[in-house]
Design a protein around this ligand. Structure first.
Ligand code: SF4
Length: 127
């Protein structure tokens, strides 16, 4: 079925390195009409999530106190809902961690109850 009132989104599935081009057709009420192009069920799940509650990995930096550099790069260990990004950035902007911090250190566990941690991606030594 393909109605001109339906919406269509073409996405690249990021759930594995194959990067299937997935096409999803849906109504404005987010009822899924058709998903194609995915080589496995995870592509369908990904496409549905993208139209209803898209997720991304958050990559930013956090202030460091007494460090060789004033900032340390951080990222979430997995994607979190885009709708949490604004709140996440407010929390991160207010934070200051004490040097040293090492790559892989968990800065916040279960960040905003997303089930995902915020970790350091660049070590900063103490001054
Ligand atoms: S649809 Fe399946 S096979 Fe294709 S990129 Fe996504 S996870 Fe990989």
């Amino acid at each position: 079925m393909n109605s001109s009132q339906n919406l269509v989104k073409e996405l690249t599935c990021v759930r594995c390195p194959l990067g299937c081009k997935v096409r999803i057709e849906y109504t404005k009420d987010l009822e899924v009409i058709d998903v194609s192009g995915n080589r496995c069920p995870r592509g369908r799940e990904y496409a549905i999530q993208e139209i209803s509650d898209p997720h991304r990995i958050l990559v930013t930096s956090v202030k460091v106190k007494n460090g060789k550099y004033p900032l340390a790069s951080v990222k979430t260990t997995d994607s979190i809902p885009l709708r949490l990004f604004e709140e996440a950035m407010k929390v991160i902007e207010k934070m200051e961690v004490e040097a040293p911090v090492k790559r892989g250190d968990i800065i916040i566990k279960n960040f905003l109850e997303s089930g995902v941690d915020l970790i350091v991606t660049r070590s900063v030594e103490r001054l």
